[in-house]
Design a protein around this ligand. Structure first.
Ligand code: AMP
Ligand code: MG
Length: 486
């Protein structure tokens, strides 16, 4: 285990030079206070949990103190926002502090979000507010605990620095971790500014450091695109299987590693609603829950466009055509797991889709349905769950098909139960839970955020005394309006 001062840095991205990022020091927040830290994220850097109690930890996470070896830089990127190319987009408020190498030899980018203005800030103040920093912290750590690929969050700090959004709020910072902060939008920036030598340099950097297998391939850049597509299809498969709505799938928020990245007005579905739009600023529903699949495909085609100087169009198109089948395979595998099915049968996709169709329009809680189905023998669970469905005849017919399918698997009830309890979380990050914790934090009480984070870090475990976090949401909690403002 290490102290902050002992972190080992190897700043590979910084060494790419000023074409890709600009050196700039963080602008510290006033009177920083630690809101919450993630012990499991700290462990990725070989930091023991006691480090969070060192006053230096809050100073580090609020830009007051730089760990020796860090070289803060703002990364330049662009991207498509709501389908429209924006040549000057980011990073206006996040600094890559450096790359930490842990004892296992893994690299983790340390990234400070809300660290003040940079040459790329445009009209922005370079700050982040407490509410959005807490939201990103909770979601990234919860997704990781669910087993869904995501960037990580080390800690959130609060401050007395005023920040103006629709109202006066307090400035906060999020210390984010990821193996890389390179996004689709980085490639777009160098493509559209016609800096193709730099584009190739970035491509070589990412391939060498994050996709080294591609170097064995006769066409490494094509193979790279193929792997990014595979990982993205897998990520979206998880989102659709677990009801995660990202909210702002602009290409600058798409990680080149295929991990869930840059959280804004996200949501986990309460009642199952494929048309759900979690972002109040998304008037047309471009990023509605069901649209995430075609949008991920669209975003991959935007990345493919940026690779056209190095990879043939036909090859890129052929790979793009693989997206939908790969997404479906992955999603269906996860949905089988959620239903307690281990074998692949012909009619499985229809079985899942028919269930989702029945859920839609009924008051069926997407998380609780699968958890309740896991907790008791299937026939008993279905009798209880039936009450939530509008189309009872439809549900009965589906139940019969499902029970037959379960019987055909020939597994013991105990085996099935154990597998399902590990696939179906008891606790999910509901918007209203985040909202309640945020309101307390805004009043200076950080305990509710810490408690919620602790519960959501073990989403599959029964946690006695924490039952209220697993309840159905109150009606008001289903209709919170979360916008892009952050
Ligand atoms: P987002 O919608 O949060 O992904 O932001 C899009 C881009 O705008 C990112 O590159 C941010 O760096 C930049 N940005 C967002 N908010 C601010 C801000 N308050 N000041 C400067 N830049 C910002
Ligand atoms: Mg972003």
């Amino acid at each position: 285990m290490k102290t902050l001062a002992e972190l080992a840095f190897d700043n590979r991205f910084a060494r790419l030079g000023d074409t890709f990022s600009t050196p700039i020091a963080p602008q510290p927040l006033d009177a920083p206070r630690l809101v919450v830290a993630s012990e499991s994220a700290m462990a990725l850097l070989d930091l023991g949990p006691e480090q969070a109690h060192d006053p230096r930890f809050a100073e580090f996470c609020a830009g007051h103190w730089l760990a020796p070896g860090s070289e803060p830089r703002a990364m330049v990127y662009s991207g498509h926002q709501f389908g429209v190319y924006n040549p000057q987009l980011g990073d206006g408020r996040g600094l890559l502090l450096g790359e930490v190498v842990n004892a296992a030899g893994d690299y983790w980018d340390l990234h400070l979000k809300g660290a003040g203005s940079t040459p790329y800030s445009r009209m922005g103040d370079g700050r982040a507010v407490l509410r959005s920093s807490i939201r990103e912290f909770l979601a990234s750590e919860h997704l990781a605990a669910l087993g869904i690929p995501s960037s990580r969050a080390l800690a959130v700090t609060d401050s007395s620095t005023p920040v103006w959004r629709e109202r006066r709020e307090r400035g906060a910072m999020l210390m984010r971790l990821a193996p890389s902060h390179v996004r689709f939008g980085h490639f777009e920036f160098f493509y559209y500014t016609r800096q193709h030598d730099a584009l190739r340099e970035l491509l070589d950097f990412i391939v060498a450091n994050h996709y080294p297998d591609c170097l064995e391939h006769p066409e490494p850049y094509h193979s790279f695109f193929h792997q990014v597509l595979e990982r993205t299809a897998e990520m979206v498969g998880y989102w659709q299987a677990y009801g995660f709505c990202h909210g702002v799938m602009n290409t600058d928020n798409m990680s080149i590693l295929g991990i869930t990245f840059d959280f804004g007005p996200y949501a986990f579905l309460d009642d199952f609603d494929p048309q759900y739009i979690c972002n109040h600023s998304d008037d047309t529903g471009r990023y509605s829950f069901d649209n995430q699949v075609p949008i991920a495909h669209w975003n991959l085609s935007a990345l493919a466009q940026a690779l056209t100087p190095f990879v043939g169009k036909d090859a890129l198109l052929a790979t793009l055509n693989r997206f939908l089948p790969r997404f479906r395979e992955h999603w269906l595998g996860l949905m089988r797991g959620r239903l307690g099915l281990t074998q692949a049968h012909e009619g499985d996709r229809a079985l899942v889709q028919d269930l989702l169709r029945l859920m839609q329009g009924s008051a069926v809680d997407f998380t609780r349905f699968f958890r309740e189905l896991s907790e008791s023998p299937a026939d008993q669970a279905l009798r209880r769950l039936r009450e939530d469905f509008v189309d009872l005849a439809g549900f009965d017919a589906w139940s019969e098909r499902y029970l037959n399918r379960v019987a055909n698997e020939g597994r013991s009830a105990g085996e099935r139960r154990a597998q399902m309890l590990a696939a179906n979380p008891r606790y999910i990050l509901r918007n209203y839970l985040a909202q309640q914790a945020i309101e307390a934090a805004e009043q200076g009480d950080y305990d509710p955020v810490r408690e919620l984070h602790a519960v959501l870090s073990r989403p599959f475990d029964e946690q006695p005394g924490k039952e209220r976090f697993a309840e159905r949401p109150p009606e008001w909690g289903k209709h919170l309006e979360i916008s892009c403002s952050s």
